[in-house]
Design a binder for this molecule. Structure first.
Ligand SMILES: N[C@@H](CCC(=O)N[C@@H](CS)C(=O)NCC(=O)O)C(=O)O
Length: 124
């Protein structure tokens, strides 16, 4: 069984996909802005710089520093279709990666500015 997982995902899971999805969703639900990140990732650092520049409260989960990081990354892939980090949520809404956040900062999303989105989410 672990052989199949290694072939599919590159690692052996420490938790089930269901448990990983539940944990990822809980982090998304509990935090105004949730950033799944890797501590060495330059795109993640840029996202943190942008959010700090906006004075937004945000929570990070550094996937490379957590025992279940690979499982959470696989769960996020299932949930959002996105495998890369950063994987960003504002007010439980999936934003995408760093370039998507940059786009929202420039153009807003669904007619709302980044400030409105962050305020509604409770991050400002
Ligand atoms: N266009 C993406 C690029 C993100 C990206 O390439 N991230 C790298 C890490 S720096 C990644 O996720 N690599 C695959 C991995 O770490 O599993 C964005 O703007 O967020």
């Amino acid at each position: 069984m672990s052989f199949i997982f290694r072939r599919l995902f590159g690692t052996t899971p420490t938790v089930t996909m269901e448990a990983a999805q539940k944990k990822a969703q809980q982090l998304i639900d509990d935090n105004a802005v949730m950033v799944f990140s890797k501590s060495y990732c330059p795109y993640c650092n840029n996202t943190k710089r942008i959010l700090n520049g906006l004075d937004a409260k945000f929570t990070t989960y550094e996937l490379n520093q957590e025992a279940d990081g690979d499982d959470i990354q696989n769960a996020l892939h299932q949930m959002t279709g996105q495998r890369t980090v950063p994987n960003i949520f504002i007010g439980r809404v999936h934003i995408g990666g760093n370039s998507d956040l940059e786009n929202v900062v420039k153009n807003g999303k669904d007619g709302k500015s980044i400030t409105e989105l962050l305020t509604e989410a409770g991050a400002l």
